[in-house]
Design a binder for this molecule. Structure first.
Ligand code: FAD
Ligand code: EPU
Length: 345
C-alpha cells in the first residue's frame, strides 16, 4: 500500500523532518519483493524501516521507504520451552506485554525497547542483563531478488554486542520477515543490572522485573513521543585492559565491565559526561541531561545538526580518553545507509 504523504518525520523516533520519494507499507513477503523490484526498475534505492528507532536521516531519502508491517504471533510448545513465531512487523514492547499476559516469561528485561520484533535480531537488542541472543531460536530472511526465505539458526545469526550477520552478509537485498523465540518453561530471573539487583531471586515475579525495568527506563531515557531520540547514540566501547589500567590511574571511578575475551567494556555515557558534554547543544540537537549517551532533537534539529553534535562528542571523548566512540545508530543518506564511523571522521 502506497502512502500519499512522503514525510518521514513521524516514521523516525529522532523526528527528523526528512522526506522520501515514496513510502510503502508491506504486510507480507510478496509486497516486499514487489517494492524491491519496482525500486530496482526505476533505479531508485529502497530502505526497509521498522519503527525508525535506530536511524538518523541525514537528508531527504531519494527512493522508496518500505515499512515492514508483517504481523502475527503464534505459540507452540516443546517439553521444555514455549516456542513463538513472530511476524517481523509486530511491535517489540507489545510482544513482551503479550507474553507476560499469557504467562510466558523470559522477555521482561527487554521491556520498553522501541521498534519491531523483526529489527530486534539486527543489533541483537539488549538491556538490563539480557540480549535477544539468549531467547532467539531462529530468524527467517527473505531474499528480495528470488523471493526465497531462509531460516537462520541463532548460531548462524552470529550475535554479538549490538552485532549480527544482518549488519553484514544479509544487509542489502534481504528482509527479515519473522523471528522465532524460545522461552524456557523453567524460568530463571536475571537480576544482575541496576535496581534489579535489589529484588529477591527466590520470590521475584516476571511482572516485578518488567515493572522495575520500565521504571528505570522511564527515569533515564527520554520518551521519543515527547523528545526525539534514537536511544544510545554510540555503542559502549570495548577496549584492551591495558588502556583501562592507564585510564584508571587518572580516573579511579571509571565504570569498567570485563568481557569473556579479556577485553573491557567502558560506559560511553560516563565518558561523554566526564568530557563535560551533558546538555551541550549544536543547532537543534543536544546531549541529553539525564543520559549523556543519548543525543536528542531538542528543537527542530536537522540530520546535519545531529551529525555535527555527534562529531564534536566523539572528538572530545577521544581527546580526553583516547577512545573513539562508534555510533550504534544507522546513518541514512539520500541513496541509503552510509558508514557512520566514516561520516564522523
Ligand atoms: P529501524 O530503526 O526501523 O531500523 C533499523 C535498521 O534495520 C535500519 O538499517 C533498517 O534499514 C533495518 N531494518 C529494519 N527492518 C528490517 C527488516 N525487516 N529486515 C532487514 N532490515 C531491516 N536498543 C537496544 O538494543 N537496547 C535498548 O535498551 C534500546 N533502547 C532504546 C531506547 C529508545 C528511547 C530508543 C529510541 C531506541 C532504543 N534502542 C535500544 C534502539 C532500537 O530500539 C533498536 O535498535 C530496535 O531494534 C530498532 O527497531 P526499529 O524497528 O525501530 O528499527
Ligand atoms: N553513566 C554516566 N553518565 C551518563 C550516563 C551513564 O555516568 O550520562 C554511567 C552510569 O552511571 C553507569 C554506566 O554509565 O555507571 C552505564 O549507564 P546505563 O546503566 O544508563 O547504561 P548504558 O551503558 O548507558 C546500555 C545500553 C542501553 C540499555 C542500558 C540498560 C548501549 C549502547 N546502551 O546503556 O541500550 O538500555 O544499557 O541495559 O549498550 C540502546 O542501545 O539504544 C540503549 C538504550
Amino acid at each position: 500500500m502506497s502512502k500519499s504523504d512522503t514525510s518521514l518525520k513521524y516514521l523516525n523516533t529522532f523526528s527528523i523532518a526528512a522526506n522520501a520519494e515514496r513510502i510503502i507499507i508491506a504486510t507480507n513477503s510478496e509486497e516486499l519483493v514487489s517494492a524491491w523490484q519496482q525500486a530496482k526498475d526505476s533505479f531508485k534505492p529502497m530502505l526497509l524501516l521498522g519503527e525508525g528507532s535506530n536511524v538518523l536521516f541525514l537528508e531527504d531519502f531519494d527512493g522508496v521507504v518500505v515499512q515492514n508491517r508483517i504481523k502475527g504471533i503464534s505459540v507452540t510448545e516443546s517439553e521444555t520451552a514455549w516456542l513463538l513465531h513472530v511476524g517481523a512487523g509486530e511491535n517489540w514492547h507489545q510482544l513482551v506485554c503479550y507474553t507476560l499476559e499469557k504467562g510466558l516469561p523470559g522477555l521482561e528485561n527487554l521491556a520498553l525497547i522501541p521498534g519491531c520484533a523483526g529489527s530486534a535480531p539486527i543489533q541483537n537488542i539488549g538491556a538490563y542483563g539480557i540480549e535477544l541472543k539468549s531467547v532467539c531460536d531462529y530468524v527467517d530472511v527473505l531474499n528480495l531478488d528470488t523471493g526465497a526465505t531462509t531460516r537462520l539458526s541463532a548460531a548462524e545469526c552470529q550475535f554479538g554486542y549490538r552485532e549480527s550477520i544482518f549488519k553484514h552478509a544479509y544487509k542489502q537485498g534481504y528482509a527479515i520477515v519473522s523471528v522465532g523465540l524460545k522461552l524456557r518453561k523453567q524460568w530463571q530471573p536475571t537480576l544482575t543490572y541496576g535496581d534489579l539487583t535489589r529484588l529477591t531471586p527466590e520470590s521475584v515475579t516476571p511482572q516485578q522485573i518488567f515493572d522495575s525495568v520500565c521504571a528505570m527506563r522511564r527515569s533515564k531515557l527520554p520518551d521519543p513521543a515527547i523528545t526525539g531520540n534514537a536511544g544510545s547514540f554510540f555503542k559502549n566501547p570495548v577496549v584492551d585492559a591495558e588502556l583501562v589500567e592507564q585510564l584508571r590511574a587518572h580516573y579511579p571511578t571509571i565504570p569498567a565491565y570485563p568481557q569473556p575475551n579479556g577485553q573491557i567494556k567502558l560506559a560511553a555515557g560516563w565518558l561523554v559526561e566526564q568530557a563535560g558534554l551533558k546538555g551541550l547543544r549544536i543547532g537543534g540537537a543536544a546531549v541529553h541531561q539525564q543520559q549523556a549517551l543519548v543525543l536528542i532533537n531538542q528543537d527542530n534539529a536537522t540530520g546535519s545538526d545531529v551529525l555535527a553534535l555527534a562529531q564534536h562528542v566523539r572528538n572530545r571523548v577521544a581527546d580526553k580518553f583516547s577512545v573513539w566512540l562508534e555510533p550504534e545508530v544507522r546513518f541514512i543518506s539520500a541513496q541509503g545507509e552510509i558508514n557512520a564511523v566514516e561520516a564522523l571522521s
